[in-house]
Design a protein around this ligand. Structure first.
Ligand SMILES: C[S@@+](CC[C@H](N)C(=O)[O-])C[C@H]1O[C@@H](n2cnc3c(N)ncnc32)[C@H](O)[C@@H]1O
Length: 214
């Protein structure tokens, strides 16, 4: 089976995102950035070209961030995006597959996953969320932003075909394993995380949630 790779898409990612959704994905990513507790130790998963990282560094001056992404080109884009932001925060860029990375236990005040968990199958999602939960301190927060299957029939009418086209596109261009969007709620609940806040965008096609580990 072909391995997932965002190398070909990386240079076009921002343009495609902007043409498709304007600035709404970014609004979704940073929904809760001003409402976080004091966070010193942060894990950012699959942030690609670094748009969440950029906003986080502008509003949080002193933290320690582990930034994990599979794609070398995405990490290069993220590094150049944040290079000139004056900040005491130390960012460690880790170019690795999330399945090969040894998640530290009980380390993070905050884990961030925006438009990342949608790349995975049911089984993979269960595994990653278990690792996320183990890596969070009790009381630690998870920012989860992603696409969402709306509840209303009217919204489903456009959302379901749009998601099908997007998954076809990403499976062809990046070989992601997921064939459809999976809601991670059952895994997050199982791992002892509690939903505290949520916001929707584009009707309810985009969802941003803040979870807290018990
Ligand atoms: C759909 S993009 C989303 C990028 C960014 N989070 C955003 O909000 O636009 C998914 C990102 O996850 C990374 N990724 C995909 N599979 C991965 C894996 N198995 N391990 C680590 N990173 C992965 C990709 O390289 C890419 O940067």
């Amino acid at each position: 089976m072909k391995k997932t790779s965002f190398e070909g898409l990386a240079p076009w990612y921002l343009l495609l995102e902007t043409l498709s959704f304007g600035n709404y994905l970014q609004k979704c990513r940073i929904s809760f950035i001003s409402e976080l507790k004091v966070v010193k130790s942060v894990l950012i998963l699959g942030d690609g070209n670094g748009r969440f990282l950029e906003s986080f560094l502008k509003s949080n001056l002193d933290a320690q961030i582990d930034y994990l992404d599979l794609s070398k080109k995405m990490i290069t884009l993220a590094k150049s995006r944040v290079a000139l932001i004056p900040n005491k925060t130390k960012v460690v860029f880790i170019q690795k597959d999330v399945f090969d990375w040894c998640f530290p236990i009980n380390k993070y005040d905050l884990v961030v996953s925006n438009f990342f968990l949608d790349c995975f199958t049911f089984k993979e999602l269960e595994h990653i969320i278990n690792k996320i939960s183990l890596s969070l301190k009790p009381g630690g927060e998870l920012i989860y932003g992603d696409f969402n299957v709306p509840k209303s029939y009217f919204e489903k009418f456009y959302a379901i075909p749009l998601l099908a086209i997007m998954y076809l596109f990403f499976r062809i261009t990046t070989s992601i394993t997921a064939k459809k969007l999976i809601d991670p709620t059952i895994f997050l609940n199982k791992e002892g995380l509690n939903l505290t806040k949520e916001k929707y965008y584009l009707g309810s096609f985009l969802k941003s949630q803040l979870w807290i580990k018990a």
